[in-house]
Ligand binder design. Structure first.
Ligand SMILES: [Zn+2]
Length: 249
């Protein structure tokens, strides 16, 4: 399930490693630099095996936030590869193994490119996203058809973070960290009956899941069309939606 992304003459491949219950650990391989980064490895053995299956060796770990299903694999990966670990300085005390703390506006070299670090608080207070040309790794801030629960931040912060991600070009590929898409679109279909974009996506993701296939990655343009959390006009509407999703069954 690799995605080839032409950027000038440079080819970057992104692959998903399913892990834990419904996480995706993303591998980002830069052929020119011979470099492989792993994003949010909640399971070190799964990440190492996934990289080995592609013939890649992990040399960098990128962390979006401290939750154990995004960080528990760090020690195993560092022990096996000596990879360097980059993640939110604001959450340094919350997980083990952070080498290089990052904050909004920082840049981190990933293979032959630079990633911009954006603070995207809401799911956690120190949550960051990695923004590369044409690609964004939003962790648990943005999901296909949804967004993360508020485990530390306010509705104002999460609404602001989602609106910032929505400023990326429509064709930007987004790699969220969970396969929550079907449940998200069932909720959106109940919230907005008759919405054609939501009905279209509910049908698409239902078919993908019935075939045992991932629904991710997505794109910013797709989310701007069909994700009510991105479409929410103001903080009050966003907060109402988030609360309704929290109790949706
Ligand atoms: Zn999380």
């Amino acid at each position: 399930m690799g995605v080839d992304a032409e950027h000038g003459r440079l080819v970057m491949q992104v692959a998903a490693v399913p892990a834990l219950t419904d996480n995706y650990i993303w591998l980002l391989h830069d052929e020119v630099a011979g470099h492989t980064a792993v994003i949010d490895p909640g399971d070190g053995a799964a990440a190492l095996q996934g990289a080995a299956e592609h013939g890649w060796t992990i040399d960098q770990v990128l962390i979006t936030h401290w939750h154990p299903d995004h960080t528990a694999g760090i020690p195993a990966i560092v022990a096996a590869t000596g990879a360097s670990v980059w993640g939110p300085e604001a959450e340094r005390e919350r997980f083990a193994g952070l080498d290089h703390g990052l904050a909004d506006g920082d840049r981190v070299t990933v293979g032959s490119r630079d990633a911009d670090v954006w603070a995207v608080p809401g799911h956690t207070l120190g949550h960051i996203a990695f923004v590369l040309p044409g690609h964004v790794f939003p962790g648990d801030t943005l999901f296909a058809g949804g967004c993360g629960r508020l485990f530390g931040g306010s509705p104002e912060q999460m609404h602001g973070s989602l609106q910032r991600l929505a400023t990326l070009p429509d064709e930007t590929i987004a790699y969220p960290a969970h396969e929550y898409t079907l449940s998200n679109f069932r909720f959106l279909a109940a919230e907005a009956p008759g919405d054609r974009e939501i009905e279209r996506r509910l049908a698409e993701v239902t078919a993908l899941r019935e075939a045992g296939r991932p629904t991710l990655p997505t794109t910013i343009g797709e989310e701007r069309k069909s994700n009510l959390f991105l479409r929410a006009a103001d903080v009050a509407e966003f907060a109402r939606l988030r609360a309704a999703k929290d109790s949706f069954r």
